[in-house]
Design a protein. Structure first.
Length: 319
């Protein structure tokens, strides 16, 4: 929205350059700009940038097809490959309005090479992969690359961690959260980073234990009576549960589970029961969980064992 507002205000402040999109058809192609020896005359990056902004505004208002978007930003970033604003704005509108995310990535990769110190091209490549192509592994890769370049804001680190987590690339996510923990002075963000690191490590440990369990059952043809039976042939040791709980074998699930997760399940069952009591007593579900305390249904809300906020929706707490 801020980008759209800035674009609108910017358009209002400059004189018209093109009243229609036809003159843009005479703009040379990107490759021609690089190989031609003819002078560009009055055409400069600034002129093309203003033309691109006005063209975008006109097409947006008229419901146009944005057929010259890729061409104009391709030319602009070839003439001035260090122009970060062109990569930012161009990649968003080409991927979104122009419905050409692959073309947006192609142009952004030029900035990746031509401007190796800027975090903007790799970040927006990651953004296009994340939002438009839903390729979270590649999004994480480019977000992480952006974090290695100077000036990358904290949210880039968080997006890299979230993208890796979506595709279960926990080690990459742990690495990014660790960087956030080490580099931020924000205590709230530091606590969130530590909590996420512990959650990811817990998931890693459970996966490790359950893989060992599956091998044991496959080779022994039975279930273990105790976790120690897996040592040392199927697991090296029993890891330390990062939230202070323990790992135990649950025969009903035929898997190892953390006692921290079992505690969460008990608390959620308790809260959902009290929500049902609230509904019976007052005829509606509360908008917020703290209404359970305010209305005297419970004395306090148990703290979440992982330090998170409970996910409360439509009368139910879900994990």
């Amino acid at each position: 929205m801020l980008l759209m507002l800035a674009t609108f205000l910017f358009q209002r402040s400059i004189p018209p350059i093109y009243h229609h999109s036809e003159p843009l058809a005479f703009l040379p192609s990107g490759p021609m700009v690089e190989v031609t020896t003819a002078p560009l005359g009055p055409i400069s990056p600034e002129i093309i940038w203003l033309a691109a902004i006005q063209y975008y505004g006109e097409e947006k208002i008229s419901g146009g097809k944005f057929e010259f978007l890729t061409q104009v930003f391709d030319v602009l970033t070839r003439i001035d490959p260090l122009f970060d604003h062109a990569y930012q704005f161009g990649s968003i509108v080409i991927a979104d309005e122009g419905r050409s995310p692959e073309q947006a990535i192609r142009i952004l990769k030029r900035g990746l090479v031509k401007n190796p110190s800027s975090w903007i091209p790799p970040f927006y490549i990651g953004f296009v992969f994340y939002i438009h192509l839903r390729d979270f592994a590649k999004a994480g890769k480019y977000f992480e690359l952006a974090t290695r370049r100077s000036g990358a804001p904290e949210y880039v680190y968080r997006l890299a961690a979230f993208a890796y987590k979506k595709v279960r690339l926990r080690k990459g996510s742990i690495l990014i959260w660790s960087k956030i923990y080490q580099n931020t002075d924000n205590q709230t963000l530091k606590e969130a980073a530590l909590r996420n690191i512990r959650c990811l490590i817990l998931e890693e440990y459970l996966e490790y234990l359950n893989k060992g369990l599956q091998r044991f059952e496959r080779e022994k043809g039975r279930k273990p009576e105790h976790i120690s039976e897996l040592i040392p042939e199927y697991i090296d040791s029993i890891p330390t549960e990062p939230f202070g709980g323990a790992f135990k074998y649950d025969s009903s699930r035929d898997s190892f589970i953390s006692t921290t997760y079992l505690q969460i399940e008990k608390i959620i069952a308790y809260l959902n029961n009290k929500l049902h009591v609230f509904k019976q007593k007052f005829g509606y579900y509360p908008e917020r969980l703290d209404e359970l305390v305010a209305k005297g249904v419970i004395d306090f809300i148990p703290p979440h064992p992982l330090g998170r906020i409970y996910n409360y929706r439509f009368g139910r707490v879900i994990r």
